[in-house]
Design a protein around this ligand. Structure first.
Ligand code: NAD
Length: 363
């Protein structure tokens, strides 16, 4: 099969949908891979590396889309890309169609077979192609928190781990899921004192089994969140209620009683945020003040580390992309129920219930 990887064109998107190792896997299986020149530059991967792995480098996006039967991307196509999509082409990427009628209409009009990363779902209801970005955001959170806790970052002027004879900073992580567990791991690595809260005690039990007393776990409720937050130097919000807006766990009034210079990182901002005053920010202007505290609410945290994010994403997308190329999309979806749930559009129709519902369309 002919597989195409165009350069991402969405504003500030530096990831790319394949790595040299991925190109190698495809070519070993007898497929041809076409990569747009410069597609990997944002992730610090050169054309030469792709070519050495067996890719054909094409100068323009038009040529890549023209050549490809299967197009691999990171983000949903944007307006300038719509005209390149053609009937019968298979597109495997993050689509988030429920959030965009315009993109949904484009895929329908062009009769593209759209398979969305974010709706590929395993039998245990986990979302394997979203998890690596939660890992990245979780690991990044204590790092950005550490930066803004410095006086030069506007914070209290504390080191996460203190030094010998001096108290470590207190990090509170709310949510012990994928991002929260990764945040806790790095916060501990920085030698801060870590308190991990979750409503689900089974999650806390797992954390406790791993860390054996190196962090504190506490069942999350309004009373314990308040106690934890008032004592915190850094608070990381990492909760998720699937399919719903994030619950508001920290009020404006509670922030007014926090330590001056404390830092709050809201990873859940893409679901509306879990602090009352959270609003989405960008890497160009990531923080703002609420009372005497600093809020960091960047909605695409993995965008700051595109090299790591590209490798993390393609590690999990590649096996599915290979299934699509090796078996053809129909057979691949028939043989893999998790991948089948990724099908969002086909032959001019929406095929995924929640997307159809969001736009008042028939499935
Ligand atoms: P997850 O499902 O793995 O974990 C969420 C955890 O929150 C679960 O353990 C759940 O029990 C817990 N929870 C739910 N309600 C709670 C409450 N009221 N109090 C305490 N705990 C509660 O989710 P995840 O993969 O870690 O994702 C977390 C959020 O981060 C999601 O909104 C996700 O979209 C977002 N995210 C953001 C970025 C970014 O760049 N900002 C990147 C990746 C993911």
């Amino acid at each position: 099969m002919k597989v195409g990887i165009p350069r991402e064109v969405k504003n500030h998107e530096y990831r790319v949908a394949i790595t040299p190792a991925g190109v190698n896997e495809f070519t070993r299986s007898g497929h041809q891979v076409f990569v747009e020149s410069g597609a990997g530059v944002g992730s610090s991967i050169t054309d030469e590396e792709f070519a050495a792995a067996g890719a054909t480098i094409l100068a323009t996006a038009d040529e890549v889309w023209e050549a490809a039967e299967l197009v691999l991307k990171v983000k949903e196509p944007i307006a300038e890309e719509y005209h390149r999509m053609r009937e019968g082409q298979v597109l495997f990427t993050y689509l988030h169609l429920a959030a965009s009628k315009e993109c949904t209409d484009a895929l329908i009009d062009r009769k593209v077979t759209g398979i969305a990363y974010e709706t590929v779902e395993l039998p245990d209801r986990s979302l394997p192609l979203l998890a690596p970005m939660s890992e990245v955001a979780g690991r990044l959170a204590p790092q950005v928190g550490a930066f803004y806790m410095m006086r030069t970052g506007g914070g209290r002027g504390v080191l996460p781990g203190g030094v010998s004879g001096v108290y470590a900073a207190k990090t509170v992580v709310i949510g012990a899921g994928v991002s929260g567990m990764n945040a806790a791991a790095i916060a501990l690595g920085l030698q801060s004192e870590v308190l991990l809260l979750d409503k689900n005690v089974a999650r806390l039990r797992q954390a406790d089994a791993i860390y054996r007393g190196h962090l504190q776990t506490v069942a999350s409720n309004a009373y314990e969140v308040e106690r934890a937050v008032l004592d915190a130097d850094l608070v990381i919000g990492a909760v998720l209620v699937p399919g719903a807006k994030a619950p508001t766990l920290i009020s404006n009034e509670l922030v007014s009683r926090m330590k001056p210079g404390s830092v709050l990182v809201d990873i859940a901002i893409d679901q509306g945020g879990c602090f009352e005053d959270s609003r989405p920010t960008t890497h160009a202007d990531p923080v703002y003040k609420v009372h005497e505290s600093i809020f960091y609410c960047v909605a695409n945290m993995p965008g700051a580390v595109p090299n790591t994010s590209t490798y993390a994403l393609t590690n999990v997308t590649l096996p599915y992309a290979l299934e699509l190329a090796n078996q053809g999309w129909r057979e691949a979806l028939r043989n893999d129920p998790a991948l089948a749930l990724g099908l969002n559009t086909h032959d001019g129709r929406v095929t995924y219930g929640p997307v159809a519902e969001a736009h008042g369309m028939d499935v």
